[in-house]
Design a protein. Sequence first.
Length: 395
Amino acid sequence: MLLSSRVPRVAGGLRPLTIRGMPQTRMQGRRSLHLAPPFLLDDYTPRYQQLSSVDAALKRSQAYAHLRNCNLCPRECGVNRYETTGMCLIGAETVAVNTIAPHFGEEPCIQHSTQLTLLFQGHNGSGSVFFSGCNLRCAFCQNHDIAHRRSGFDLTPEQLADWYVKLQEVGGVHNINLVTPEHVVPQVALSILAARDLGLRVPIVYNTSAFDSAASLALLDGLVDIYLPDFKVWEASSSRRLLKADDYAAAARESVAAMHRQVGDLCFTGDGVARRGLLVRHLVMPGREAEGARIMRFLAEHVSRDVFVNIMEQYRPDAHVGKPKRRQKGGSGGSSSSKPTEDGNDGEGKDEEEVRYADINRPVSKDEISIVRRAAEEAGIWRFCDPPKHDGFAI
Ligand code: SF4
């Protein structure tokens, strides 16, 4: 039974949902919701509200234990963060936060405003908390003021919880969107547990680089509703040079698979806003479309063909990319024999090699984006963050 003769592509040949209890004659001519039933939730209660008090207490004690011997990301520094800091340079008592505000720059299903901006942000936006600091050191970081310079203010988990509730009550946001939280997962866990006692009831979005550890994701199990990992590069040589992490792709593969095991494919309520599941981002990088294609095949073969994917086109040179090369000390005083450092480029003399990371010092091309998209489609992925081609929601 259909509301419209135009049938969107949905999993397993399933048809769009009809409005229960409404005669077909009345439904004809009305707008179809175009919601695929496997991905439609009648209602949704956040996972953290379903935890028993015993499980909540266990999570609290695990959070404190992790801070005393930090293994919360693949760096596995093993430090007691009450006494010192590891590679991320963030301690135990507080988190550094740059911005807390309703945000309208996320995937449509997080925000909810028009059909194009429905996915996360909804009409009222996604309640975003931008954490300062990061456990990666991406040469091209698109948020480097926040991630590398750790600008912001310190908040305790309890103060964070108050902000979540303010975002919900005053901002009317559709979710709490934790941006770059990998290095502060225990504090985040404590804040979610405090906020649940204050009446928080919107989903938690964990917006991550995917450089998470298994221990960290285990701590988040039951607290996070939507995982939003950005799977950046596939090759170890790329992650070593561009992210300063040798084992990034292996960690990202395990993390994304673990996230999917926890929450499954992305699901929506009837208003078109995402409530639970996995949404994978991939920022297409100049000259690295083959790595993007490999990531898409991995997702289809080892995670799910129903995985919701956002192939992002907005890469721009930033942070260290395109900056003048530093010369090694002891060189020949700025002569042409001076050697570049750090970025792995060893050529000299040509104009384009006089800047750092010259190979990614340009926007991505349409061809590069198309190659990644085509690889995803050929692998069987079909749920993309696109404008809808029908009059329903883009799910
Ligand atoms: S979060 Fe990662 S980088 Fe920071 S101290 Fe823990 S293991 Fe080290």
